[in-house]
Design a protein around this ligand. Structure first.
Ligand SMILES: Cc1ncc(COP(=O)(O)O)c(C=O)c1O
Length: 344
């Protein structure tokens, strides 16, 4: 039986308060724009991120997709970090459904894109080349162990894009983790981007959903794309209700997840065969190295011990989240230690 699931923060279940709010939610038909709970969530999300308007979408992937399709047209080019989720983990949706060209640029070890690299990647006006329209950023940066990118760095990247006439979109799936880790309002991190997506169904522990924020015009366009993608939803306030509770109760508590992640990394750094730098851990994702080709075996053995992580070759991760107790983390660490000795 699985006792601890550390595959992702997406495995979180809604809190009792969320379930109660879902049960009691005031509903309407959101395609007509008259679901009061959805409207409240969209307004609250926009306010928290310092933008004019918000749009409730089904997932982070859909939020990024409608955002990119709203900023760029068929045949346009979009600059993305080479280690970002949009490039590597969203099934190529923007390329297939939007016919835009994704152009990956080098990401440093901390999820940052050097402004000079951004500017150099923008194509000159030339009919041999796709017109570069959009830059996308990611914060926290999943592939670099959930690094939080600070406000100055966000401004430097966004300024580089704007200087070259690009729009800038932020994949802020875990932007509230970044804000908590850096101890700043989330709006400080979104101030210089034109649009942002954040997820309710990750560290914020909701069952479903993400919100896109931006200007009123942008959100109107994103709404049109959402409809086209078949995600005009009806009495969806029943889900949005959990989002409102999450924004009130789940943001500050993410510090606990970050503390648990740092603690896990410190203990893991002492284990046989694991390479991890606890000092790098700022939020809730701990990426760690194991001997080549051993990742799947480690994950399989851990599962037998009641601890669930994703497999891989030599790069694995654990993600801390709501619903896991101190004892569960200890249980997972003891099991991992045993497995690492066994496979040596
Ligand atoms: C950085 C980042 N962006 C976007 C997404 C996509 O979110 P969803 O799984 O809700 O489509 C994820 C999911 O893990 C993510 O980590």
């Amino acid at each position: 039986m699985i006792r601890v699931d550390l595959r992702s923060d997406t495995v979180t279940h809604p809190s009792p308060e969320m379930r109660q709010a879902m049960y009691e939610a005031e509903l309407g038909d959101d395609v007509y724009g008259d679901d009061p709970t959805v409207n409240k969530l969209q307004e609250r999300a926009a306010e928290l991120l310092g933008k004019e308007a918000g749009l409730f979408v089904t997932s982070g992937t859909q939020g990024n997709l409608v955002s990119i399709l709203s900023h760029a047209r068929r045949g346009d080019e979009v600059l993305v970090g080479d280690q970002c989720h949009i490039m590597n983990n969203e099934a190529g949706g923007t390329m297939v459904l939007g016919s835009v060209v994704l152009y990956p640029i080098k990401t440093d070890d901390f999820g940052f894109l050097e402004p000079d690299i951004i500017k150099a990647a923008v194509k000159p006006r030339d009919y041999h080349k796709p017109p570069t329209r959009l830059l996308t950023l990611e914060n926290t940066h999943n592939a670099s162990s959930g690094r939080a990118i600070n406000a100055e760095q966000m401004k430097a990247m966004a300024d580089a894009g704007h200087e070259k006439g690009l729009s800038v979109h932020l994949d802020g799936a875990r932007i509230f983790n970044a804000a908590v880790a850096l101890d700043v309002p989330a709006s400080d991190l979104t101030e210089h981007v034109d649009s942002a997506t954040f997820c309710l169904s990750k560290g914020l522990s909701c069952p479903i959903g993400s919100v896109v924020v931006g200007s009123k015009d942008f959100i109107q366009e994103a709404d049109r794309w959402r409809k086209m993608l078949g995600a005009g939803m009806r009495q969806v306030g029943i889900v949005a209700a959990a989002g409102l509770v999450a924004l009130d109760t789940m943001i500050d508590r993410m510090q606990e997840d970050h503390d648990h992640a740092r603690h896990m990394a410190s203990r893991m750094a002492e284990m046989h065969g694991i390479s991890v730098d606890p000092e790098r851990i700022q939020t809730n994702i701990v990426r760690f190295g194991v001997p080549a080709h051993k990742g799947d075996e480690i994950a399989a053995r851990l599962k037998e011990e009641g601890v669930y992580i994703n497999g891989g070759d030599s790069d694995l991760r654990v993600v801390t989240h709501y619903g896991v107790s101190e004892q569960d983390y200890d249980f997972a660490l003891v099991a991992l230690d045993r497995v690492m000795i066994a496979i040596a």
